[in-house]
Write a protein that binds this ligand. Sequence first.
Ligand code: FES
Length: 579
Amino acid sequence: MQPRIRRSRPPTNLRPFSGPLLDGPERAAARAMLYPVGFTEADFQKPIIGIASTWSRVTPCNMHIDQLALEAEKGVNANGGKAIVFNTITVSDGISNGNEGMKYSLVSREVIADSIETVVGCSGMDGYVAIGGCDKNMPGALICMARMNRPAVFVYGGTILPGCLAGPSASSRGRELDIVSVFEAIGQHAAGKLSDAELHAVEACAIPGAGACGGMYTANTMASAIEALGMSLPNSSAQDAVSPAKLDDCRRAGAAVVDLLRQGIRPREILTKKAFENAIAVVVALGGSTNAVLHLLAIAHAANVKLSLDDFTRVGRRVPVLADLKPSGRYSMSALVAIGGIRPLMKTLLDAGRLHGDCLTVTGETLAETLADVRPYPPTPAIVRPFDRPIKKESHLVIFRGNLAPEGAVGKITGKEGARFEGKALVFEGEETALKAILGGGVKAGRVVVIRGEGPKGGPGMREMLSPTSAIMGKGLGRDVALITDGRFSGGSHGFVVGHVTPEAYVGGPIALVRNGDRILLDSLQRTLTLDVSAAELARRRKAWKKPAPRYTRGVLAKFAAHVTSASQGAVTDANLTL
Ligand code: FES
């Protein structure tokens, strides 16, 4: 079905960028280059629509996206455009987490945004579809769409199916697995609760094929946020990666971007402040990843929308957590797909006055119009609770402030780990030493693990602490140990964990001044993160503090560190450019 665009606007120039590139005798050389890649004479009269593919065999999240790109190409060409498929990079957090290579992860978001901009800008593309299936390529694509403001539609690559354990342990056989199961199995193995053979069985079965990590981790969170923003077609966020529905989504997205071009609808008309509030509301109701905070701030920056950490608190006070999804809950994304995806949940939020129904979407319709015919979820299984019987009455994404995080910090507090935590600091300079201590039994109940030197500048790259948090869970310490960091978390992390502590240690934030044994209080009800050390003592420590030497002085990590802003501003790289 073609998306229906009802807005009446005067026809616009459909080739504002490809026309100057390709028209006239003086552009003959440019046209000559395009015949070999499939252009006919007639194609030079059509708008050029890019298809930004994140295909690679680096990771299963994106290994099918070449096929999806071909479907999007068909959709463009069938609706009067001329599609050109091109690639950008992708990396995999699932593979890199816990390793030095993970420092490139957040960097890749910026590289992806920059690379799509580079190709679209250089090639005179009048609009484009971007297809992403992993944590950073999705916000990277959206940052570019907001930045360039050419008609664009995002397509989510889709979720993976759960793995199924068929190993030697009769007790756990048949259990559904995903990548976080493996990270937590590492902790169980270190605690002596899992044998070598059982760990290997989990490792070998957890990832059955193509698609993004299968809980409400960062990829599924961002896919849902992007649909709520209005930048993907209805239901794009909730389809299995390998499914007829996903192929259809791609064809319709290709057609939709040509229609957007005809109507002159550009991303910044869609990416309004209200649209970001809708995205926050949906992320909260789904129990989504803390990374949504970082990425939505970055996309908003690119769209020239003023969004701050306080907006997450403001919106989150009115929105309950409704979905019982992993990592804190029981169900996988594919289970949510099977009962109708996120649209019934969005309808519930709309009916409760928690979404702005008048926001425009890439269909050309308002959000309310796209949700008009949505039916409620079936009564069982109870993957999504009714609005008046939530899992948590307000947001699990808690913005903490206090003398340990004057510019803010982000925690994912579902309530299962309790509302307050008080303990003595155990400080680590970087993730590796912390992980070693946790796995080696050096972290006991009552401790607040402090991992610093992992911020956007200091890391650089703000690594995700999935390995340490999973090790804590695997060790059975999830309710007894808290973890704070100036790095961030995977969507798969759970427990009493607070990240994005700002200012970060590298720039002399208070987290740099914490010492072993200091008392730290985390209060999710008061939203405070407090270091119980006197101001005079902190002043003494600050005087003695020395800024560490940068870890990288050349290459992309050094460039990122030089330009990146604080996590409280989305960790973007184009905010402070001066010529
Ligand atoms: Fe790609 Fe998780 S590593 S979605």
